[in-house]
Design a protein around this ligand. Structure first.
Ligand code: FES
Length: 283
């Protein structure tokens, strides 16, 4: 009896099969594409009909929502454009906002990290590097970070800096005791990437995709926002990375998914020190 394969294994199978066709002639490849497009159209039509039938049944909508909670079902329906990507969480929106101010902070060897959002109205952040304890921290927070956060999530009324006093060991280097909130900056290799070049590195707890945008290092989780497959085999063109599995596209400058704009690659703080890229793997 055939062993049932997992979704990632099936995606890998598909990738392997697609690689075989790379040497085929253009005619053969366009025939294959036509076959696949036709099959996908048939499947999409069948799924549409199935969804409509289930929705029209009493209690059908609830059953459908439950089914879509399954990652396999969601992945397939999303592939066919039949479900919307989940709305980004306030944490993801704040993270995106912080990403926009990080280049400014990085120019002062500083960084900022979201610690938590309390009651949906208070964002607690932590300043790192030279921003920690800087006499200009209050101004920095009020004028830059706070504005970016509130613009991204209007429900947030207050932005509070926690554990940001001068002398707190907020940047915890390997082997150094620090704040319980601090996470180690891990060495992710030399800062020798060219603009939009990508490289995968395995750090503690995570596989990271490194790149460079506008001269600044960027670190994303090396897992596609579609089905979690690794992104490092993807093609890059004009700052856009295309996932090698099903073609989802991501802006390398921000991690934004261009295929489903409300989702985002998880981003990690990254900086350069002594010619090395340092990444802070947050969960
Ligand atoms: S895993 Fe499907 S597009 Fe990336």
């Amino acid at each position: 009896m055939n062993e049932e394969r997992t979704f990632p294994q099936l995606a890998e199978d598909l990738d392997r099969l697609e690689r075989i066709t790379e040497d085929w002639s253009p005619e053969q490849r366009s025939t294959l594409t036509a076959i696949r497009t036709t099959i996908e159209s048939i499947q999409a039509g069948a799924f549409r009909s199935l969804i409509k039938t289930i929705k029209d049944e009493p209690g059908g909508l609830d059953a459908l929502k439950k089914a879509v909670g399954d990652p396999w079902v969601h992945g397939v329906l999303a592939y066919h454009g039949l479900v919307r990507a989940p709305a980004p969480t306030p944490e993801a929106l704040v993270e995106q906002a912080l990403e926009s101010v990080r280049p400014m902070l990085a120019s002062h060897n500083g960084n900022v990290e979201l610690v938590e959002i309390v009651d949906g109205t208070e964002a607690r952040i932590r300043l790192e590097g030279s921003c920690d304890g800087c006499t200009h921290s209050d101004v920095t927070v009020r004028q830059g970070i706070e504005t970016a956060i509130k613009d991204a999530v209007p429900a947030i009324e207050r932005v509070k800096v926690v554990n940001g006093r001068r002398g707190d060991a907020l940047v915890q280097l390997p082997g150094v005791e620090g704040s319980p909130f601090a996470r180690a900056w891990q060495d992710a290799g030399p800062f020798d990437l060219t603009e939009h070049e990508i490289r995968a590195v395995e750090l503690e707890e995570a596989s990271i995709l490194l790149t460079v945008a506008k001269g600044q290092p960027k670190a994303y989780r090396n897992a596609c926002a579609h089905l979690g497959m690794p992104l490092d085999g993807g093609a890059v063109e004009d700052g856009v990375l295309t996932c090698p599995y099903h073609g989802f596209q991501f802006a390398l400058a921000s991690g934004e998914c261009l295929t489903a704009p409300s989702i985002q690659l998880p981003t990690y703080p990254a900086r350069v020190q002594a010619g090395r890229i340092l990444v802070q793997v947050t969960t």
